[in-house]
Design a protein around this ligand. Structure first.
Ligand code: G3I
Length: 434
């Protein structure tokens, strides 16, 4: 935190008088309405004496100083306490373009002040961890009540967040059904064994487990909280060019790939379509999507699943740095994904800034502004079909990046103050583009 920021409770708005004050000095231009006339060099002859005022004229200060153009207000204080002041709403500001989402943890919703801010700012939510396989798979119950091809799930981890969304009319991105990470190894083993000598189940059994897993998640969520989830990240991070697969699939650390084979993605989307509500959108989601090899592999995969009729969108996670990737590369990926005819969600946006000097926080604000400006321009020109932008966390201190306590990637700081990044995401005039 910067010194003195806590005390800045009022908006620092600088009023710029953009009009030019015209003084009627001899020999200079004379203002008449909006036009400036040149005083003729030969003066017309005066035939009558000018009437003398009987009383001293009222001072004409107001007329002389009146600006000729509207006053322009430019924000100069970017650190506004959201506890004390009303701030513009991101989801309201972008409502004609896309929904604006937030990834939360269950803890965020135990804080009333955060809850209020979330409701004011966002109309989409993602569970940061609470809907992942390691949170839902219940090994004890699977061993006692499950079968070899059907695990037992528990939804305690995400019930509160789904309930919150239902109560407040917020839509949720379901994150995530099939991912190589945050899924326990025992899920892939015969007898759900967690022993060192455990053996993988066959492809057939794993496909049944996958189908039963997807079915149970969707059935539970869609019957208990109908209409809340509008999009599912069906498969997450399945591409890792360099792992040796001809289509650029992740091989080395993916038990899904190792047990089922490369078509686990196709099968996951097939099952997801089978059990999803008709209006729910199915997404493939990945990081570093702007890397050319990854981008090409994602487009190929997405087109294949699209031909099968089982995908509606591509998620660009967008965990970006202060200078990498270039926004040109970001734009190329976004346009290529949009050219497939699928929707694009920016699913996990944050900027990995590791300094909190005034100067760097302002640079981060500029980068956010340039990114949102780019999204707007591409959409205005029908080059991109972005339907959601989600920030991966509410406050800097709660970010997944903040393992060392020195990261400032999000729009709000730990005091629930706005940062320049927030105003950048609103395209505020006070944040320069360059
Ligand atoms: O639940 C355990 C807890 O029992 C234990 O005491 C604690 C000790 O470290 O760890 C807890 O687990 C942590 C978990 O988050 C829940 O808080 C893990 O260590 C930690 O690694 C895990 O990090 C999550 C990460 O995914 C794991 O891959 C982040 O919070 C989460 O924001 C992040 O989200 C992913 C997206 O799902 C997919 N895209 C990338 C993104 C960032 O990695």
């Amino acid at each position: 935190m910067q010194p003195g920021r806590l005390g800045w409770k009022k908006n620092g708005v600088c009023v710029l008088l953009a009009g030019i004050l015209v003084l009627g000095a001899a020999g200079c231009g004379e203002k008449n309405g909006d036009e400036t006339k040149i005083t003729p060099s030969v003066q017309p002859e005066i035939t009558e004496p000018a009437p003398q005022p009987t009383e001293p004229a009222e001072p004409t200060r107001a007329a002389a100083a009146e600006p000729t153009e509207p006053v322009k207000e430019v924000r100069t204080n970017f650190y506004v306490s959201t506890l004390d002041e009303e701030i513009p709403s991101l989801s309201e500001a972008w409502k004609d373009y896309f929904s604006v989402g937030i990834a939360l943890t269950a803890n965020d919703l135990r804080n009333e002040l955060k809850e209020e801010l979330i409701l004011q700012q966002f109309n989409s939510m993602t569970c940061g961890n609470e809907m992942k396989a390691d949170a839902l798979l219940d090994r004890a119950k699977t061993l006692s009540e499950g079968t070899e091809n059907c695990p037992v799930l528990s939804f305690k981890s995400c019930d509160g967040m789904l309930q919150f969304c239902m109560e407040h009319g917020i839509k949720m991105r379901g994150h995530t059904l099939v991912w190589h990470s945050q899924v326990p190894e025992w899920f892939f083993m015969e007898g759900y064994s967690n022993q060192k000598d455990a053996v993988f189940v066959s492809r057939e059994v794993m496909l049944e487990r996958m189908e039963n897993y997807i079915r149970q998640v969707m059935e539970y969520v869609n019957t208990t909280y109908p209409g809340v989830v509008y999009a599912w990240d069906v498969v997450n991070e399945a591409i890792a060019p360099g792992d040796g697969d001809p289509d650029g699939m992740r091989v080395e650390d993916s038990l899904w790939y190792q047990v089922i084979g490369a078509d686990f993605v196709d099968k996951a989307f097939e099952y997801a379509r089978k059990y999803a509500d008709p209006e729910q959108k199915l997404f493939y989601n990945d990081f570093n999507t702007y890397e050319p090899a990854k981008r090409l592999a994602i487009v190929k995969l997405a087109n294949r699943i699209k031909e099968q009729g089982n995908i509606d969108g591509i998620g660009m996670q967008s965990h970006i740095g202060m200078s990498y990737p270039s926004l040109d590369d970001f734009e190329t990926a976004l346009c290529k994904f949009s050219e497939t005819g699928l929707e694009v969600h920016i699913t996990e946006l944050d900027i990995n800034l590791d300094s909190n000097t005034e100067e760097d926080l302002m640079k981060e604000g500029k980068r956010y502004k340039r990114l949102f400006f780019l999204l707007k321009n591409l959409m205005d020109n029908n080059k991109a079909n972005v339907t959601n932008v989600t920030l991966w966390g509410l406050t800097d201190d709660g970010s997944w990046l903040n393992k060392d306590g020195k990261r400032y990637p999000l729009l709000f700081n730990q005091l629930l103050e706005t940062k320049p990044a927030f105003w950048g995401a609103l395209l505020d005039d006070g944040i320069p583009l360059y």
